[in-house]
Design a protein around this ligand. Structure first.
Ligand code: NJP
Length: 236
């Protein structure tokens, strides 16, 4: 097996789907993780038609059991994990006093605990190999905040802190940790489907896929710690 074994969470649509499509063209055997089994198998079919390799795992990234079973199965079948792209994420935007405690739990579970669970499950194999690359898709709002963003930005600050700390733990073991911080991207993350006129000029999911490919393709002696991207139309 000369292909790299790469796990991508949130692969069913948006940014994760674009990352999977791009990496499958670049000698990665992509493992597609998300809940929507139908969208995953459509993507698997598309990748296959384009000559690439992928497998679908319809799981909830916030479930420790499902994440561990998935990683165990991949390790049993392929014997290694080269890269993990922690991309799955959700947002709920409301004034703080209108947020339900269950909103808080869910966003934190998917955005923060999901990144922790998937990275944790992959780390023992990477440590044993003395190599590996963990990538986080965080947000420009990992570093600034805004009204109605208390929950989402808290989750993205936390995700940023998790990867910052992890980077300091594993670099000396040969494992790279890179975080991408996108601004506005035209995906299902916003209300309604992509392609609407008022989102003209937003980043495209393929722009983030290009950034992930750049980060993964850095030579062995180089690690891209952080990469922030904005559309030109966005104030920063
Ligand atoms: O969003 P969307 P994006 N378990 O809604 C999956 C960040 N970001 O591509 O489970 C497993 O099109 C969901 O799959 P499914 C953002 O915070 C975005 O824009 O089948 N997977 C789908 O594949 C997020 O971290 C913007 O519903 C779960 C994917 O996540 C990342 O980019 C700006 C899941 C979401 O696709 C990708 O978001 C920014 C679960 N429990 C950061 N819950 C932006 N779009 O403007 C969701 O700064 N997913």
């Amino acid at each position: 097996m000369d292909k790299k074994i790469t796990l991508i969470s949130g692969a069913s649509r948006g940014i994760g789907r674009a990352i999977a499509t791009r990496l499958a063209r670049e000698q990665h055997f992509v493992m597609l993780l998300a809940r929507n089994a139908e969208e995953l198998s459509e993507l698997e079919f598309e990748i296959d038609q384009a000559g690439g390799k992928s497998l679908s795992f319809p799981i909830d990234i916030a479930s420790e059991k499902q994440v561990n079973e998935t990683v165990d199965q991949i390790l049993r079948d392929f014997g290694r994990i080269d890269s993990v792209i922690n991309n799955a994420g959700i947002g709920i935007f409301k004034p703080a006093d209108e947020l339900a405690a269950s909103d808080w739990d869910r966003v934190m579970e998917v955005n923060v605990k999901g990144s922790f669970l998937l990275s944790k499950a992959a780390l023992p194999a990477m440590k044993k190999a003395g190599a590996g690359h963990i990538v986080g898709v965080a947000s420009d709002v990992s570093k600034r905040t805004f009204a109605t963003g208390s929950l989402y930005t808290a989750s993205k600050y936390a995700q940023h802190a998790f990867f910052e700390s992890l980077r300091r733990e594993v670099r000396k073991l040969g494992i790279k940790v890179s975080v991408i911080y996108p601004g506005l991207v035209d995906t299902y993350f916003h209300d309604g489907p992509p392609g609407q006129a008022h989102r003209k000029g937003y980043l495209q999911p393929t722009d983030i896929a290009d950034a992930v490919a750049y980060v993964l393709n850095a030579p062995p002696h180089v690690v891209v710690d952080e990469l922030m991207l904005h559309p030109m139309i966005q104030e920063w």
